[in-house]
Ligand binder design. Structure first.
Ligand code: RIB
Ligand code: CA
Length: 307
């Protein structure tokens, strides 16, 4: 069994990624730590709790930071729906998280399983940065951190230069990127190149017919609308699930090691992941960056998790 902790701003693609991990027989999800991002913290909490219940799993869910370290929260409810889950009327209220702040639980669980924890981050890095600020040596106890965030090469999704998770809390991202943790960055470029689903490809999964198969597709309703009209994609894309696929089986993607920095300015200078492709900074690479992925291997993993 491998121990996973998943930090998430639970909306429709996060939920599909949670299903993949919770349904993976050789993975023990030790905790789901929730952070504000796609939706306000309270909603992200309910979405995570609902998803755990739907998977008949027993992973504890902890509430974390309700806003970025220094900035005001900017949500993405236009992308994922007001409730973050496609506004399809799911009963996303009334469930209780476990006691304890996510940043404290991250430190506690990582220290208790030192050297045997895979941390997967699917949202802004506020919780992880706060944990590292309180205990910098935590970085050495994480076996590997898979980060859905940034852009390996290409354009942004929230501004022309930035990807949402990094843009929401760039100061937190910079702290994490400089922490010394063993890290892999799966940028939004990997999602829109290898994890986009048009109507036919979505139906292929939904047709599996299980409650989870219908769930992971139906909650993408708003994301589909947004992706096709705003991102000129052929359907919805699943950045968090393809990142989770890489965490479950790294051979799903290919990687290169680079030094990657984060800008903490305003406007177009906010939240850029600057990948030093040519090594001109002379700084030692600290990030394994996904450069391509095997779409069919990813889709097979997603299908298996909902079958
Ligand atoms: O930019 C895509 C990322 O932002 C995904 O994690 C999505 O869920 C949102 O959090
Ligand atoms: Ca997310």
């Amino acid at each position: 069994m491998r121990n996973f902790i998943i930090d998430t701003d639970t909306a429709s693609d996060d939920a599909a990624a949670l299903v993949m991990a919770l349904r993976q027989p050789d993975i023990a999800v030790k905790a789901i730590t929730v952070v504000a991002g796609n939706v306000p913290l309270s909603q992200a909490l309910q979405n995570a709790l609902y998803t755990v219940e739907l998977c008949a799993a027993d992973a504890p869910v902890y509430a974390g930071c309700a806003k970025p370290l220094l900035r005001e929260l900017e949500t993405a409810q236009d992308v994922h729906g007001r409730d973050g889950m496609g506004d399809i009327g799911l009963p996303l209220q009334g469930r209780e998280p476990a006691d304890g702040h996510a940043a404290d639980m991250l430190r506690e669980l990582i220290n208790a399983n030192s050297g045997d924890i895979t941390l997967v981050t699917l949202g802004p890095l506020t919780n992880v940065a706060l944990a590292l600020l309180r205990e910098p040596e935590m970085a050495r106890s994480v076996s590997h951190c898979y980060i859905m965030g940034g852009i390996g090469s290409g354009h942004g999704n929230v501004t022309p230069t930035a990807e949402f998770n990094i843009w929401v809390d760039p100061e937190a991202a910079k702290i994490v990127f400089e922490s010394g943790m063993a890290m892999t960055m799966v940028g939004w470029d990997i999602s829109w190149k290898y994890a986009t689903f048009d109507a036919k490809q979505a139906e292929e999964i939904r047709r599996i017919g299980s409650p989870l198969a219908e769930f992971v597709i139906d909650i993408q309703a708003t994301l589909t609308e947004f992706s096709m009209t705003e991102n000129a994609l052929a359907g919805f894309d699943l950045p968090d699930p393809i990142t989770m696929a890489a965490a479950i089986d790294p051979s799903v993607a290919e990687y290169k090691d680079y030094w990657v920095d984060v800008t903490t300015g305003e406007g177009l200078a906010r939240g850029i992941t600057v990948v030093d492709v040519l090594g001109v900074s002379r700084k030692a690479p600290q990030m394994r960056v996904a450069t391509s992925a095997d779409r069919s291997a990813f889709v097979d993993m997603l299908k298996r998790s909902v079958s």
